[in-house]
Design a protein around this ligand. Sequence first.
Ligand SMILES: [Zn+2]
Length: 631
Amino acid sequence: METEYAKIGLKVGLEIHQQLNTQTKLFCSCPPALFKEEPEITFLRRLRPTQSELGQVDPAAFFEFQKGIKIQYEANKATSCLVEMDEEPPHPLNMAAVEVVLTAALMMNMQPIDEVHVMRKTVIDGSNTTGFQRTCIIASNGWIKIGEKTIPIQAASLEEDAARKTGTQDDGKIICYRIDRLGIPLIEVATAPVIHSPIEAQEVALAIGRILRDTGKVMRGLGTIRQDLNVSLPNGALIEIKGVQELELISKVVEYEIQRQLKLIQVKEKLQKKGAKAEALKKQFIDVSEVFKQTKCKVIHKALAKDQKVLAVKLPKFGDVLKSELMPGFRVGTELSDRARFWGRVGGIFHTDEMPAHGVTAEEVEVLRKVVGATEEDAVVFVADTAENVLDALKAVVERAQEAIEGVPAETRTAKDDGTTRYMRPRPGAARMYPETDIPPSVITGALVEKIRANLPEPIEKKLERLMKEYRLNVKLASQIANSEYSTLFESIVKQSSIPSTTVSVFLTETLKALRRDGVQVEKVTDDQITEIFRGVGSGEIVKEALADVFTWLSENESKNLQDAVDALGLKMFSKEELEKLVDRVIEENSSSVDQLGEKTFGMLMGLVMKEVRGKAEPELVSALLKERLR
Ligand SMILES: [Zn+2]
């Protein structure tokens, strides 16, 4: 497989973004935290295209600007201040965050730079109140080893995270962003495009992810780490894939992207063989509303009832091409549809390759073909929406079809949970960085670098060996803990309690993995809470069988403690006195059997008592009390 990918000339570069768990945000003293409640403050801004130094305007931003898109920002006072709202200049760079990046950089054999210069990077989607993202390079030119291969690490940067999109209002004319996430420090690690197979991409990402975790200063849970992939094939294109949230998904995403590009190359060859020409694809749109006057198609019927239109365009020689599958559940038609959604704000498109379907009859398709002058060799795409949206949508469809004759268009795509990708936006132009004049440069002194170098976390091989020796873990458990985000916590719990290290390690790896699979939001439970749960087991407040239940309850009930969980779950342990009373009662209730059989009734009585106290008393204690009383 490896050689096959090398043969087709695959090149992958990674950009890994991970939120840092520092006390404050990057340019103000707000905590790096999100809020769930209703916002205390909202404000509306118009999306304006930001001019780069060269005076180029990003086409996508300009397009949105023309459409009068507005942004509504949502905030609360606990997680943002005037800095996030762009009403006050940024404060000096958070040096604690710089130190975390330096730590990771030195672990990746990088060269720290002498002076940190904050730059502005244009963003086009309103996710920053300023219209740009602040970023600064901290170190460059390093490497890590993956097996025998050396992977060059180009740069480690510090960036501010963007606001998070929470939805749209007013038919998509207002986009809502929450600015709690804006300004949370992110480390960005970029590799050179030297990765040549999907599995290698994943291995590199996992290795970098582990190094970042080993700094002990990164956030945990879904959404705190995001990977961008640059995937290119020599006969295809450079595709930027954004937002892969799970490291384990990377090889699948790369595989699907290779598949998509190879299939698009086949589509190009097929189209050229059929004599398809880009010039023959015309932006001539025909009103076919009449054709669907009596339609049973719900979407079209609804649109026509609202006085909207159905417009169609002929794609000469595209018959049977739109149904070609590029990725699982994703066809050439989906490529056209994604463009229509983005540029035309429509729900999707209809095309003849999938007809008859969606309530559209064969007869309607026949009339449609006649009206637009299409033969079986051609495809017809039609869309129902407002006239303005339909025109934008069909223009985008024709442009995408023209690109299909050329091959694979370079673009930015976004990753889905199943590993497939969808069109996100055009590739932004180059030269989008310019200096941030509000923040003076920070100096990275040799003394600071040496201090950090002297305190680097231990490398993974050493750690593995130490965990096995110090905590008597077998190699499997040691490796699971060493690779887990809970390795520091594991050591701290074992050191301060009498609980066997295997119990703690199995819980922190296998049990939490199983809980996560069952939908428990594991990352909601803090290190302090986990420590408290184990302290409870050690002191006999709860039995070890109750660990998972208490953990799950705490994940669902934020800012509660062990005592609350014990009360809510009815886990209060029986005191010795209470147990004695209970044992006496059970013996009393069964006095005739006891009189006849004496100590032979132990098994039956033990069962009766345990039925009442399971999870709330240690069986050893019950057994001892019962034996004593029976005697
Ligand atoms: Zn702030």
